[in-house]
Design a protein around this ligand. Structure first.
Ligand code: UFG
Length: 326
């Protein structure tokens, strides 16, 4: 039996990982620790949940000490890039100090395995695309910096206290569980696919394309969109890898191919079967032109094979989940 302490497990990505662990790992015992600021209790389909905050060391320590997990997974983050520019200290408090508290609590409770959710934002404006894990780390916004600092804390703690880690740098996560039990429930979003779908459903009267003069084939920015269920599956593969190999490592999580904003909008029009109003607008501050993962290390080391590598499938699952919760 393995015990999983899942910080931020009631949120969008965390809840999909909880679901997959619950379904696929026999005798898994799950405890979710979440402050429910963006998470939802009813998204936690397996295990128990306690309400707590990563900014509070005592709460974390008590919960970890009592539960004695075999491994900790950390999904608790603030994730909106423009908001991180407006409120940098809040971002460092949750995304960096939260990890400091978590590492302290793990050290003090004698827990030595951690999976951490990082981001493609640590690469900033990459020179080489697809981006390999050893590309220069030059984040261009407080969100990316807060995650990079957390990565550094983890690496130092790994050397000093023998904490074994797996760091996953997520590219653009989208979609929902194909059975539509859980999905993205963020009320306010800045992410492209939910905005496109809200516009298709008439929740928004129109949407804007931020930047049509990028150096790409159609002038709009390119991203590597990964289905949340494929991303969840990476976590399961990483859990096995950490227990079997005893090693620590960092992996990009994407498919290694990109879609432009215009291509995403056209795919959504096809999936939804409706046209909607799209305006051209200026570039959004801090947006790199192209972010595509080199995911060969992930595929090779973890023997991971994507199941939902199709932009229309990703949009369709997100759309059906949105319709169900409309
Ligand atoms: N976009 C629009 N219109 C919108 C919303 C987004 O044109 O209404 C564009 C953005 O400008 C960007 C692309 O669609 O070019 C994707 O934007 P998202 O907000 O969906 O995602 P980001 O690429 O900005 O964010 C992702 C991750 C972050 C990570 C960041 C790194 O979600 O965690 O990449 O830049 F930090």
């Amino acid at each position: 039996m393995k015990k999983f302490f899942i910080v931020g497990g009631a949120g969008y990505i965390g809840s999909h990982v909880v679901k997959l662990i619950g379904e696929q790992i026999k005798d898994a015992e799950i405890l979710v620790f979440d402050n429910l600021s963006n998470g939802h209790k009813d998204a936690v389909l397996y295990g128990n949940i306690i309400q707590g905050d990563v900014r509070n060391y005592e709460e974390l320590y008590k919960a970890i000490k009592k539960f004695k997990p075999d491994i900790v997974l950390d999904f608790a983050s603030l994730i909106i890039v423009p908001e991180s520019v407006e409120k940098p200290l809040e971002y460092y408090e949750v995304n960096t100090m939260g990890v400091l508290n978590l590492l302290k609590a793990m050290r003090d409770a004698g827990i030595y395995k951690l999976i951490f959710s990082s981001t493609a934002a640590v690469y900033g404006n990459p020179k080489k695309v697809p981006i390999p894990e050893d590309a220069p780390l030059k984040p261009i916004n407080p969100y990316g910096k807060s995650k990079l600092m957390a990565e550094e804390l983890i690496k130092d703690a790994s050397v000093a206290y023998s904490i074994q880690y797996g760091i996953l740098r997520y590219f653009n996560v989208a979609g929902a569980s194909p059975d539509l039990k859980i999905g993205d429930k963020h009320n306010t979003t800045s992410h492209l696919i939910p905005i496109v779908l809200q516009t298709a459903l008439g929740i928004r009267p129109k949407m804007q394309i931020y930047g049509t003069d990028y150096p790409t084939h159609d002038g709009t920015a390119i991203r590597d969109y990964i289905h949340v269920m494929d991303l969840a599956d990476i976590h399961l593969k990483l859990i096995d890898y950490l227990f079997e190999s005893g090693k620590s490592d960092i992996f990009n999580c994407g498919y290694g191919r990109g879609f432009s904003v215009k291509e995403v909008i056209n795919a959504a029009k096809k999936v939804v079967g409706k046209d909607f109003k799209v305006e051209n607008a200026n570039r959004r501050a801090g947006d790199p032109p192209i972010l595509v993962a080199d995911s060969s290390k992930l595929q090779k080391t973890l023997n991971w094979k994507p199941k939902y590598n199709n932009i229309e499938t990703i949009i369709e699952h997100a759309y059906k989940f949105m319709l169900k919760n409309f």
